[in-house]
Design a protein around this ligand. Sequence first.
Ligand SMILES: C[C@@]1(CC(=O)O)C2=NC(=C\c3[nH]c(c(CCC(=O)O)c3CC(=O)O)Cc3[nH]c(c(CC(=O)O)c3CCC(=O)O)/C=C3\N/C(=C\2)[C@@H](CCC(=O)O)[C@]3(C)CC(=O)O)/[C@H]1CCC(=O)O
Ligand SMILES: NC(=O)c1ccc[n+]([C@@H]2O[C@H](COP(=O)([O-])OP(=O)(O)OC[C@H]3O[C@@H](n4cnc5c(N)ncnc54)[C@H](O)[C@@H]3O)[C@@H](O)[C@H]2O)c1
Length: 197
Amino acid sequence: MKERNELYPVFLKVSKLNILVVGGGNVGHEKLHFLLKSSPNANVEVVAKWFLPETEELALKHGVKLTKSRYKRKFLKKRHVVIAATNDAKLNKRVHRHAKKRYLLANIADTPELCDFYMGGIVNKGHVKIAISTNGKSPTTAKRLRQFFEEVIPENVNEMVENLNEYRKTIKGDFEAKVNQLNSLTESLIEKKEKDD
Ligand SMILES: C[C@@]1(CC(=O)O)C2=NC(=C\c3[nH]c(c(CCC(=O)O)c3CC(=O)O)Cc3[nH]c(c(CC(=O)O)c3CCC(=O)O)/C=C3\N/C(=C\2)[C@@H](CCC(=O)O)[C@]3(C)CC(=O)O)/[C@H]1CCC(=O)O
Ligand SMILES: NC(=O)c1ccc[n+]([C@@H]2O[C@H](COP(=O)([O-])OP(=O)(O)OC[C@H]3O[C@@H](n4cnc5c(N)ncnc54)[C@H](O)[C@@H]3O)[C@@H](O)[C@H]2O)c1
């Protein structure tokens, strides 16, 4: 059988999780930038020997703590997630090893085989969020798809979500009746329905 993407996407409430990023150079900055673009209130700290000026600026804007230090194992204390993005491959592996001992979720940037999860391309329109992964095969494709969907998904998709949210609060009856009403109201949005799911 052809290989397929078996990753399971979840939408993390990163303002409730403690995230550590190790490394504040180009890659560390990019990971932090996309994390905060999607989740401006993410609870994140970055530890690195030095930081790019743009990382300092971004951190200030989002209240992200920057700790200028060499990585030490103790930085993993009380974290849920760690993202390692230093230019020292051995160190990135060490961070991974330490994370595994503590059962932390780890993303070793640019090193798919050491990742428990991948960062994805993310499209955001109000309440609607779409995450894209190419199974780690082509981040460039994930980026281009993100840009494509940002273009084609109408801005007013959020209005629909908000209107339906208001409407669903007003529906009386049991769960089945609710589902039926919401489904019939939105049926016209898809031209062809192969089967209900
Ligand atoms: C989506 C995005 C999210 C983010 O970063 O938050 C993301 N990479 C992005 C961009 C990007 N990264 C790279 C390029 C250069 C061109 C290229 O290689 O294609 C570009 C494009 C560019 O910058 O234009 C370099 C690169 N990245 C990885 C490797 C290693 C390898 O492939 O082996 C190398 C080669 C390093 C080297 O050459 O040494 C690995 C990973 N990068 C992932 C995510 C995960 C898989 C996601 C998926 O399943 O698709 C994964 C597996 C792990 C991870 O890092 O989480 C973000 C786009 C955000 C956006 O724009 O929306
Ligand atoms: N820059 C890119 O776009 C790019 C593209 C592909 C692959 N890579 C690879 O990704 C890795 C990271 O690249 P980069 O451009 O972000 O590197 P970089 O040199 O810009 O940044 C490295 C960061 O790691 C930190 N660091 C190094 N040793 C540390 C330690 N002991 N404790 C704490 N922090 C430490 C530095 O302080 C710095 O913040 C490299 O291995 C590089 O080859 C980079």
